[in-house]
Write a protein that binds this ligand. Structure first.
Ligand code: GLP
Length: 240
């Protein structure tokens, strides 16, 4: 694994974007993440889009996850997040955007549809954040490594961590999410993992130093991937 430490989230995000740009082709497929982690990366993408001749016209995207039980219009839906933080600012085609439909009436059907689309595509570049408990996407500890798209009950630690987006009220945080599985993430050709802040340090330490690969710390599976680049700020640096 290629490990990179920068002083700030902004610097690390700009370096991660540089790597994305080097690998981006006209018709690439991108795997995208939400949460606080990728916001500066998306800013860097937008900034460069405005000032260079890069085009997203033939780019396809797949998002990692979406909360179950909140509609698109909810300010914290991941679909809304993506529109606000990236899609509304670049020339991506709406039909090329894929996000788990976690507000579908028939969730099983929505799972099958998303899985089918993922199986018919190869994600060239997957952007990942990591939960403080080591989750990737919303694959919480204990999720089998061979999992595909599924609905997961969020851990108390995750609900607590994400309550900051819901006015600090854990009762407002959805209790379930639809997520790409670990198997889907591992199929990506290039994985770029970002982690910022002290509360990610432990997960990064387990990823970088534990010899054990265990479903109890989902991100440790990334040791088995041949092309992982990690970008952290000095607070998440496990050597610090
Ligand atoms: C969230 C997301 C993950 C994300 C992780 C870290 O809840 N579902 O995809 O990478 O947990 O979140 P944050 O970036 O807000 O710290």
């Amino acid at each position: 694994m290629n490990y990179n430490v920068y002083k700030t989230k902004k610097e690390a995000s700009e370096a991660a974007y540089k790597l994305i740009k080097e690998n981006l082709k006209e018709n690439s497929t991108l795997g995208l993440a939400t949460g606080s982690t990728p916001t500066d990366l998306y800013k860097a993408m937008i900034e460069d889009y405005k000032t260079s001749n890069i085009s997203y016209e033939n780019i396809t995207t797949f998002n990692l996850d979406e909360y179950v039980g909140i509609s698109y219009d909810h300010p914290e839906s991941y679909h809304k997040f993506m529109d606000t933080n990236l899609f509304n600012h670049i020339n991506i085609k709406r039909e090329n955007i894929n996000i788990p439909d976690a507000s579908a009436k028939n969730l099983q059907k929505a799972i099958e549809n998303y899985q089918k689309k993922l199986d018919n595509n190869t994600i060239n570049i997957q952007i990942l954040g990591v939960g403080s408990n080591g989750h990737i996407g919303f694959n919480e500890p204990g999720t089998p490594f061979d999992s595909g798209v599924h609905i997961i009950d969020l851990e108390d630690e995750t609900i607590e961590a994400n309550s900051r987006f819901f006015g600090g009220d854990i009762n407002q945080v959805p209790k379930q999410a639809m997520t790409m599985g670990i198997k889907d993430i591992m199929r990506s050709e290039l994985i770029i993992l970002l982690a910022f802040g002290e509360n990610k340090k432990d997960a990064i330490k387990k990823l970088m130093t534990n010899s054990e690969i265990t479903t109890e710390i989902p991100c440790t599976i990334l040791k088995n991937h041949q092309n992982v680049h990690i970008f952290v700020d000095e607070y998440a640096d496990y050597q610090n």
